[in-house]
Design a protein around this ligand. Structure first.
Ligand SMILES: [Zn+2]
Length: 326
């Protein structure tokens, strides 16, 4: 590979959202490693705003529906003279046609309604870019949805892959969801160029994807963000969706019957060593008096809004049953 430029400094005063759009993520002509959502994002010079992204910019990675995560651009790879294939409708030249799964001819163009078997394929010379942000990445797991992201966007267009966002308001929005970004760091890029691997060869992504699949957790993340109801903001990795009533008894997943709890607090709650008194005040079992870290939580108020949709009856039940054992 020749002419690869790696930028590690920039103005860094802007904010963007990057759209992850399935097949668009195919990256042509590069050294052959894929994008991993949590690590980097690739785009090319056919994409609007491609020249405006710089190191230090804030980026929110989004799917068509919600925010997946946030980070700062730590390094920017620039790969000039890459080849990219683009298919067009032989009738009107549009790229807006779809492959049909059962009908023939294979393609149908939505703009001109023509059907055809072979599109016109052209080769474009493009500059490719890869923005790295993995060292500052914080998962958002949908705690901001499409409407909330649109409200933070500086552009109303839905079509853009790279959309300008209001940096200050975006930082405020993620902070209010309990997300704590690290300080931006200028990266030495060599260690940024491969997806982060955990011991045992797993990627960090696998665990994140699994967490995100749980509907109950998703609903609670949307409601409370990454804030443990007992201890406050905490990393996504240690936050769990806790049932106020034993799950086996109800088999229901109501937001009202759940709280986001840090995993150790969740354990204490399920073990009857921590409960919540009426008035949403934390109570710690007398048997934990020798553990100052936990004992200090006794008497503190829950970190949830006054009008949060929480089932006070379920909390009262847990409290009554639990303190009876103390
Ligand atoms: Zn057409």
């Amino acid at each position: 590979m020749t002419g690869v430029e790696i930028l590690t400094a920039g103005a860094g005063d802007k904010a963007w959202s990057f759209l992850i759009a399935g097949e668009e993520r195919q990256f042509q002509g590069n050294a052959g490693y894929e994008d991993v959502v949590e690590e980097s994002y690739s785009y090319d010079s056919t994409v609007g705003n491609h020249l405006r992204v710089s190191v230090g910019d804030l980026v929110v990675v989004r799917s068509g529906r919600e925010a997946l995560g946030v980070g700062y651009v730590e390094a920017l790879e620039v790969l000039p003279d890459q080849e990219k294939l683009r298919s067009r409708c032989p009738g009107c030249g549009s790229t807006g046609f779809k492959e049909r799964t059962t009908e023939r001819p294979r393609y149908r163009c939505s703009p001109c309604a023509r059907t055809f078997e072979e599109p016109i394929v052209e080769t474009l010379q493009v500059t490719s870019y890869r923005a790295h942000y993995g060292g500052t990445w914080q998962p958002l797991e949908g705690c901001l949805d499409k409407a909330q992201l649109n409200a933070l966007s500086l552009s109303k267009s839905d079509q853009q892959s790279i959309k300008a966002m209001d940096r200050e308001r975006t930082l405020e929005a993620v902070a209010s969801r309990g997300v704590r970004l690290p300080r931006q760091r200028g990266a030495s890029t060599e260690d940024r160029r491969h997806p982060l691997e955990l011991p045992g060869g797993r990627r960090r992504t696998t665990a994140a994807a699994r967490r995100g699949q749980d509907a109950f957790r998703k609903a609670l993340v949307r409601q409370y963000g990454f804030i443990c109801a007992v201890t406050g903001a905490a990393p996504a990795e240690v936050l769990e969706a806790a049932h106020l009533r034993p799950f086996a008894r109800t088999e229901r997943h109501r937001v009202e019957e759940g709280l986001m709890l840090r995993s150790d607090i969740h354990r204490l709650f399920d073990s009857g060593l921590l409960t919540i008194a009426p008035g949403l005040v934390v109570r710690i079992a007398p048997s934990l008096a020798g553990h100052p870290l936990y004992n200090a939580l006794d008497g503190s108020r829950l970190h949830i809004a006054q009008d949060a949709p929480v089932d006070h009856e379920a909390i009262a039940e847990h409290h009554a049953v639990t303190v009876a054992t103390w």
